[in-house]
Design a protein around this ligand. Structure first.
Ligand code: CO
Length: 176
């Protein structure tokens, strides 16, 4: 089921999310709904707080190469990485990438991230894993993990770019 996305500057996006303690049907429904919502909005990642649920859960689905225009084929459900209670174990280097966010629709800007990260997390059943990446997945994970701490990527812009963004965003919100 598609849920409503919380749009910047909604205060909920500033709230730190709580650890998931119950790996139950409610969590599984949340994760399934997050996938449906992310696909409907053409996103590659989504944190639970973005659908208004303050839990440390996020999903990422990096599109695969295909001739199909169908997002369900580009981002099959079985390719969805479900990350619960992630902890950053290691981080090194820096990289820059143009990011976007379903809570700030239509805005894209380059921000700095760690190049390589190692993260410990749990799946929807509570099983623990360790993941290492130094590519797109590492960037997406850092973006989504920030959401769990009440942080959003526009806060990483330079002061000038941030001011410009806030001005344009206010104008855009008024026009909605
Ligand atoms: Co985001």
């Amino acid at each position: 089921m598609i849920r409503d996305i919380v749009i910047y500057p909604d205060k909920r996006l500033k709230e730190p999310s709580a650890p998931v303690e119950r790996f139950d049907e409610e969590l599984h429904t949340l994760l399934d709904d997050m996938y449906d919502t992310m696909i409907a909005k053409n996103g590659v990642g989504l944190a639970a707080i973005q659908v208004g649920v303050p839990l440390r859960a996020l999903i990422i689905n990096v599109p695969v190469e295909t001739d199909s225009e169908d997002p369900h084929k580009q981002q099959p459900k079985e390719n969805t990485l479900e990350v619960i209670n992630p902890v950053l174990l290691e981080a090194e280097g820096t990289t820059r990438y143009q990011e976007g966010c379903l809570s700030v629709p239509g805005f894209f800007e380059e921000v700095e991230r760690y190049k390589r990260i190692v993260v410990e997390y749990q799946d929807r059943y509570g099983k623990r894993y360790i993941l290492e990446d130094d590519d797109f997945l590492a960037i997406a994970l850092q973006h989504e993990m920030d959401h769990l701490d009440g942080k959003i990527f526009v806060e990483k812009l330079s002061i000038l770019k941030r001011k410009k963004f806030e001005k344009e965003w206010k104008k855009r919100l008024r026009g909605r």
